[in-house]
Design a protein around this ligand. Structure first.
Ligand SMILES: Nc1nc2c(c(=O)[nH]1)N[C@H]1C(S)=C(S)[C@@H](COP(=O)(O)OP(=O)(O)OC[C@H]3O[C@@H](n4cnc5c(=O)[nH]c(N)nc54)[C@H](O)[C@@H]3O)O[C@H]1N2
Ligand SMILES: Nc1nc2c(c(=O)[nH]1)N[C@H]1C(S)=C(S)[C@@H](COP(=O)(O)OP(=O)(O)OC[C@H]3O[C@@H](n4cnc5c(=O)[nH]c(N)nc54)[C@H](O)[C@@H]3O)O[C@H]1N2
Ligand SMILES: [Mo]
Length: 552
């Protein structure tokens, strides 16, 4: 996030796109909800489904999944046409506006309505609302990025913020909500195929030298493969033959699971390090049992770039070792002894190779100081609510990392697979409040299983009527890649022509259906759009779930 949660409610307007915030980011969802309900802030939601936040939104734009780039371009065009652009900000802080404008101006409200299904009057009203807000912030998540043009979507969102000068001030900004609890920290630490810690590209000699000096070894100066590229390379002649997976369960989370399974089964050697014996661990030659977050010391970096302490609260079970102990022991066996007397010493080394963590240390974290990277000074401030704060809660105040902010606009590109006569519906996948990903953790918790015990598919009432499907009736969903059987839950939540399946349930794994199509830059799969067919199995109506999947 460019901004922090301290300044979230300084916004006059929130634009939330492709994020089921109250279910997937409940704390932030609650903060937005409170600001809208109790502080009179405005909310615009862009999502093909009705989600809880749409109940409180001034506007809900319901597009066809996969058409976001057209929608964002359309909003930008109206803002420019109606004189709502911040021309001073564009002149002083950005470049590339004129080139971007050439693309943006093609997206008239009529064109956008045709592509996305959003009535043009709604698009115009939403653009005016966003363009006129004194301070507006944009929040987005996977609904916007899990597409073959996910990167284009992000650039188009950034265009909107720069166009209106909504960046570099409290209550504004471009705020992607990070998913896993420490995915931000993992990326900061260089768990990326092309970057060293602190987002330093591996192909710059100066960056190579800096880490080689601290680590005392030669490091590769060529980018490696992304996760999705690795899977595609397995089973090919010169592809990957051995793999070490740590804290990942691709046999539930990868797209097109039948293809993924073939790839994993072709490996000559697979190691899995996990806290449970997952579907992926079952395929492994060696399994290392690791300890969970509550059984170790360390830090997690959250979505607002804030580094937070994690403390050991319980003893690990059986033979489980901490991840660092497993890695350090292996490293020693391989001839590079790594020994750290404490987690704080690990952080000291990290700070020495990660420029954005320069002044981060347990000395401050243990005192409860809110440390946000980049943190290149040890001075501590106090926020209006009394929190001690270090580092940079708001990014890009004076300038952007590259100097001027770059406008980049793109043409709309349709999803890889679009409905046809054989597969007439769009499938979009995602989460519900109760479960986590492939369920390896949450589906072991009885109170969560009680609330969401089994797989289901959300179907629009109009589509259900046409197909003669009743609520809770069993259906088979088929794509070009495979099929699953589960229960239909009928409501007005998905837009007509769209079905939604949460991918938490292994007995009807949604990823059997999804398509292995990747954004060429980010290599993120198109989890949010593929074409499917839905048919009744004749299995009859089942007991409806006791709890609604629509909390609130
Ligand atoms: N309870 C729970 N919380 C979680 C997780 C979990 O598994 N369970 N996982 C965590 C992780 S790793 C992540 S990345 C986040 C994900 O958090 P989110 O991205 O917020 O969650 P999703 O359910 O994947 O998708 C969000 C929304 O995108 C909408 N959508 C679908 N297609 C489109 C489209 O084309 N355009 C737009 N604008 N919207 C679309 C869907 O209708 C859905 O409401 O959640 C995190 N939090
Ligand atoms: N269809 C569809 N598929 C998707 C998505 C979607 O929206 N739709 N979303 C995608 C997204 S955004 C994400 S982030 C991925 C997530 O995909 P994964 O990361 O594969 O999913 P998780 O189930 O979170 O896997 C994490 C594993 O780590 C283990 N674990 C937990 N704590 C620890 C620990 O401290 N140490 C170790 N060693 N292991 C630990 C857990 O038991 C679990 O097996 O899925 C992607 N897949
Ligand atoms: Mo994620």
């Amino acid at each position: 996030m460019s901004n922090s949660l301290h300044d979230l409610d300084e916004a006059d307007l929130f634009l939330v796109t492709g994020s089921n915030t109250t279910e997937a980011h409940p704390i932030i969802g609650m903060q937005i909800w409170q600001a809208v309900r109790h502080k009179n802030k405005k909310l615009i939601v862009i999502d093909p489904r009705k989600i809880e936040l749409t109940k409180y939104a001034a506007m809900h734009l319901r597009q066809r999944p996969g058409t976001d780039v057209a929608v964002y371009n359309g909003l930008a065009r109206i803002i420019i046409e109606e004189g709502l652009a911040d021309l001073d900000f564009i002149r002083d802080r950005t470049d590339g506006f004129e080139e971007a404008k050439e693309v943006i101006m093609k997206y008239t409200p009529e064109v956008v309505e045709k592509i996305s299904g959003i009535p043009k009057e709604q698009l115009i009203e939403a653009a005016r609302m966003y363009g006129k807000a004194e301070r507006a912030s944009i929040y987005w998540a996977m609904g916007s990025t899990q597409h073959i043009n996910g990167v284009h979507g992000v650039h188009s969102i950034v265009n909107l913020a720069m166009l209106t000068g909504n960046i570099g001030k409290p209550g504004t900004g471009v705020n992607p909500l990070r998913g896993q609890n420490n995915v931000q920290g993992a990326c900061d630490m260089g768990c990326l195929p092309n970057q060293f810690p602190g987002y330093k590209p591996v192909n710059v000699p100066e960056n190579v030298e800096r880490v080689e000096k601290v680590w005392g070894v030669k490091v590769p100066a060529k980018p490696g493969l992304t996760l999705t590229d690795m899977v595609n390379s397995m089973g090919t002649e010169r592809g990957i033959k051995g793999l070490y997976i740590m804290g990942e369960n691709p046999m539930m989370s990868d797209p097109d699971l039948n293809h993924a399974k073939e790839a994993f089964e072709s490996l000559e050697f697979l190691v899995v390090q996990d806290i449970f014996l997952t579907e992926t661990a079952e395929l492994a030659h060696v399994v290392f049992p690791a300890t969970s977050f509550a059984e170790k010391e360390g830090t997690f970096t959250n979505t607002e770039r804030r580094i937070q302490r994690v403390r050991k609260a319980v003893k690990p079970p059986g033979d489980a070792w901490e991840d660092t102990k497993i890695i350090c022991s292996l490293s020693k066996e391989m001839g590079y002894p790594m020994e750290y007397p404490s987690a704080s010493k690990v952080m000291d080394e990290l700070a020495s190779v990660t420029p954005i963590y320069e002044c981060v240390s347990y000395e401050y974290l243990d005192k409860g100081v809110a440390v946000h990277w980049p943190c290149n000074s040890c001075s501590i401030d106090r926020t209006s609510c009394g929190t001690l704060i270090m580092g940079t809660p708001v990014l890009h105040e004076e300038k952007f990392t590259r100097g001027a902010g770059k406008f980049l606009a793109f043409e709309f590109q349709p999803p890889t697979e679009w409905p046809d006569d054989e597969y007439p519906l769009i499938l979009t996948t995602g989460r519900n409040l109760w479960h986590w990903h492939g369920g390896s953790q949450t589906r072991k918790v009885s109170s969560l299983n009680e609330r969401s015990p089994e797989p289901y598919m959300e179907l629009n009432a109009a589509d259900a009527k046409k197909m003669g499907i009743k609520n809770s009736e069993e259906v088979e969903v088929t794509s070009k890649r495979g099929g699953i059987t589960l229960k239909a839950v009928i409501s007005d939540r998905p837009t007509p022509g769209v079905v939604f399946i949460p991918w938490h349930y292994k007995e009807a794994a949604a990823n059997i259906l999804t398509i292995n199509a990747l954004d060429p830059q980010a290599k993120i799969p198109e989890y949010k759009v593929c074409a499917v067919r839905v048919e009744k199995t004749g299995g009859g109506q089942k007991e409806p779930n006791r709890y609604s999947h629509y909390p609130g």
